[in-house]
Design a protein. Structure first.
Length: 114
C-alpha cells in the first residue's frame, strides 16, 4: 500500500516512471494491522461509520506512537510538519478519509474466509 501511494504521488511531481519510495521501517508498522484481526471479527456487522472510525483511530494511534519513537532516533520515514492539520509532524489529519477507507480495506482482508 505504501509503494502504491508514493508511486501515485509521483504523478503530482510529473515523474513518468512513477517512482515510489518507502522504508523498511514501514513493514513492521503495517504488519501491526494483523493485531486487529480479532477486533475486526467482533466488529463485523456493526455500523460502517463506527468500524471505519475505530480503525482510523487505531491507525492514527499507531502512526503517532511509531512516528514519535522513530523521530527520537532520527529514523522516522515521514514528516508532515509542513502540511496543514499535522500533529507533531507524525500525523496528518487531512488523511482521515484515506485511513478510514484503508481500515475498512484491512478489515476485508483480515476477515476474509479462507
Amino acid at each position: 500500500m505504501e509503494v502504491l501511494w508514493t508511486g501515485l504521488g509521483s504523478i503530482v511531481s510529473r515523474d513518468p516512471k512513477l517512482t515510489c519510495r518507502t522504508s523498511v521501517w514501514m513493514f513492521p508498522i503495517y504488519g501491526l494491522a494483523a493485531l486487529l484481526t480479532p477486533v475486526c471479527r467482533r466488529l463485523h456487522g456493526k455500523n460502517i461509520l463506527y468500524r471505519g472510525g475505530f480503525y482510523t483511530f487505531c491507525i492514527f494511534a499507531t502512526e503517532y506512537a511509531t512516528g514519535t519513537i522513530l523521530k527520537k532516533g532520527g529514523r522516522c520515514p515521514w514528516d508532515y510538519s509542513s502540511q496543514p492539520a499535522n500533529i507533531r509532524g507524525v500525523i496528518n489529519l487531512c488523511y482521515t478519509p484515506l485511513w478510514f477507507c484503508a481500515g475498512l480495506f484491512y478489515e476485508h482482508l483480515l476477515t476474509k474466509e479462507r
